[in-house]
Design a protein around this ligand. Structure first.
Ligand code: ATP
Ligand code: MG
Length: 261
């Protein structure tokens, strides 16, 4: 993959795909992870692999809601960590909020591997230069990001079996949860518990996209890096959010791709 020219129009997409293939070989992902990614890629193709204006508005709204939350948590699965782990750790460092590894098809081996990967990324980021707009001690802000998920001492009421497991200090006590790639059942259960659920999902028609409090219809690595840039730059307030409007706008943008022929 190193031989994809920098000018290749679909370079970012091909590199992302390769990162997932490599992660799958290392046992970091469930078997269905590549299928889920493929579904995402199809929608991203229709978006011309670009962040549309309404997705930017949704990212701004997510930034604002995370900034004013009492107890925000970022819940991550394998695909999210592989594609956007670094940006999400930077965001957690600025918000001073925990990251929780929470996966749909839970095995102790995969949880352990994902926790180890996140800890390595956290170490790498702690050694980076502080972002321009950040005024505190970057190294210690990053090092103090709490990585949860090793202990499942919390429950998501309304779900059965392993899918109900979570961390008591993470999802269970959160008022606002950013779950980039969430499943429809869990999204519904979290909403029923009165939490704000902020998601990133390329499929504007998925149950997750339709049930979430705020849906960013965009690719997870692009959206996370823009989210970081908003969170580090400015503090804004949540608005009266009309989530159906962004879903409709994303579908509109996708349907306009017919004009590219
Ligand atoms: P739901 O459970 O919400 O009804 P689903 O079962 O169709 O949806 P899942 O298999 O639970 O979907 O999760 C995959 C979802 O993640 C898809 O909607 C897909 O569009 C989205 N997705 C996959 N890869 C990415 C990515 N890189 N960025 C953003 N979204 C993605
Ligand atoms: Mg699902």
């Amino acid at each position: 993959m190193a031989d994809i020219p920098v000018s290749h129009p679909r370079r970012a997409s091909l590199l992302g795909r390769q990162r997932l293939v490599d992660a799958a070989k290392l046992g970091l992902l469930a078997d269905s992870a590549l299928i889920a990614h493929g579904r995402g890629e199809a929608f991203d193709y229709l978006l011309d692999e670009r962040t549309c204006d309404s997705a930017r508005t949704a990212i701004r709204e997510v930034a604002a809601r995370l900034q004013v939350a009492q107890h925000p948590v970022i819940s991550v699965n394998g695909n999210t960590i592989v594609l956007a782990g670094k940006s999400l750790i930077r965001i957690a460092a600025i918000l001073n909020c925990p990251l929780e590894v929470n996966i749909y098809y839970r095995t102790p081996e995969r949880i352990e591997k994902l926790l180890a990967l996140l800890k390595n990324l956290r170490q790498e980021i702690s050694e980076e230069l502080a972002p321009n707009q950040f005024s505190g001690d970057w190294k210690s802000a990053v090092e103090s990001v709490n990585i949860l998920g090793a202990i499942s001492d919390g429950r998501i009421l309304g779900l059965e079996g392993p899918r109900s497991l979570c961390s008591a200090d993470g999802i269970e006590s959160a008022d606002v949860v950013l779950v980039p790639l969430e499943d429809g059942d869990r999204c519904e259960a979290l909403i029923a518990l009165g939490k704000q659920v902020l998601v990133i999902d390329l499929n504007p028609l998925s149950r997750t996209a339709r049930q979430a409090t705020v849906t960013i219809v965009d690719e997870v690595s692009r959206a996370s890096s823009i989210l970081f840039s908003y969170i580090v730059k400015e503090k804004s307030n949540p608005t009266d959010w009309d989530n159906d409007a962004v879903l409709k706008d994303a579908l509109e943008v996708m349907s306009q791709s017919v004009n590219r022929i």
